[in-house]
Write a protein that binds this ligand. Structure first.
Ligand code: HSE
Length: 310
């Protein structure tokens, strides 16, 4: 078997509380790995999947990595040697950590690297979003953009791929706890109300603007005052075990904010230092241990690299 190209694409926290569908950032871990290698005479196939407990399809058109990689090959009208993908699933499904997006990003980037970069990294965004959309049911970039590009990303407009990296203060650290219940993004979207009140709009716009200003100016107190979701959290948090208890423990232990990661059930707590993050991590672990909820916990700075070949 030929060696091939190996790519890692990280998990992401979408929405970030105040930016439903328009904000997301990348974590150092977990993430997915995909190896792309030349194999066979023509066409793209998924040759091997590990770590998915039989839950991922081998059919290209049903697999987020397959759809993303095929979209790239179609765009260049690829007629060369066959390409095989090996998907090493290393993160939980339906966890609110952008699992399908990480696979889509890793798949398309691995093929791009194998073909010696017909596209710049940033130009892979559309292909990755097409792949991710078969899992989430909509074309949104708040997981694929940070997973591909790294950092904190603002999506001003998905369709025109109008995405921007936002400065983040040094030292920010994130604790993400994943209680092992699964929430499908499609379901979590369909349960949202179609309308919001003017008051909610004003409050959330102030919070979003304050959060972004706080990030750019490293104003930690402004970040803390702003990181509050007045629209989505109330509509989804009942799906998440011990949500209020987790949130309140994170805040008591010094987090700048704590709310749902993506569509849930993962919860993230943004902290201003690794020291505070450690206290938050311990407090959240205790709550789920005492409640006998199976969980995984991750602690990470904001990952500024995004997907990498290694
Ligand atoms: N922003 C979307 C949502 C996708 O919350 O439904 C999150 O992965």
């Amino acid at each position: 078997m030929r060696t091939g190209i190996k790519v890692f694409a990280p998990a992401t926290v979408a929405n970030v509380g105040v930016g439903f569908d328009i904000l997301g950032f990348a974590l150092n871990e977990p993430g997915d790995e995909i190896v792309a290698r030349f194999e066979g005479e023509s066409g793209l196939k998924i040759g091997k999947i590990t770590g998915a407990k039989g839950k991922l399809p081998y059919e290209i058109e049903k697999n987020t990595a397959g759809v993303a990689a095929q979209a790239l090959l179609d765009a260049i009208d690829y007629k060369g040697e066959g390409i095989s993908l090996e998907i090493r699933k290393k993160m939980p499904f339906s966890s609110g950590l952008g699992s399908s997006a990480a696979s889509a990003v890793a798949g398309v980037m691995a093929v791009n690297e194998l073909l010696k970069r017909p596209f710049e990294k940033r130009d892979l965004l559309h292909f990755a979003a097409l792949g991710e959309s078969i899992a989430s049911g909509s074309y949104h970039l708040d997981n694929v953009a940070p997973s591909l590009l790294g950092g904190m990303i603002l999506i001003r407009d998905s369709k025109s791929l109008d995405v921007h990296r936002i400065h983040t203060p040094r030292g920010l650290h994130v604790v993400v706890v994943y209680p092992e219940v699964s929430i499908h993004t499609k379901d979590a979207r369909s349960m949202l109300k179609e309308t919001i009140s003017l008051n909610q709009h004003i409050k959330q716009s102030g919070n979003l603007a304050g959060f972004i200003t706080g990030l750019f100016t490293s104003d930690i107190d402004l970040i803390k005052r702003s990181l509050q979701d007045v629209i989505i959290e109330d509509q989804r948090s009942h799906l998440i075990p011990n949500f209020k208890e987790i949130q309140s423990a994170a805040m008591k232990n010094g987090a700048l904010g704590c709310t749902i990661s993506g569509a849930g059930p993962s919860i993230f707590a943004l902290c201003q230092s690794t020291f505070i993050a450690k206290n938050v991590e311990d407090a959240l672990s205790n709550i789920y241990s005492e409640s006998k909820v199976n969980f995984k916990i991750y602690s990470s700075p904001i990952n500024n690299d995004g997907a990498i070949k290694f």
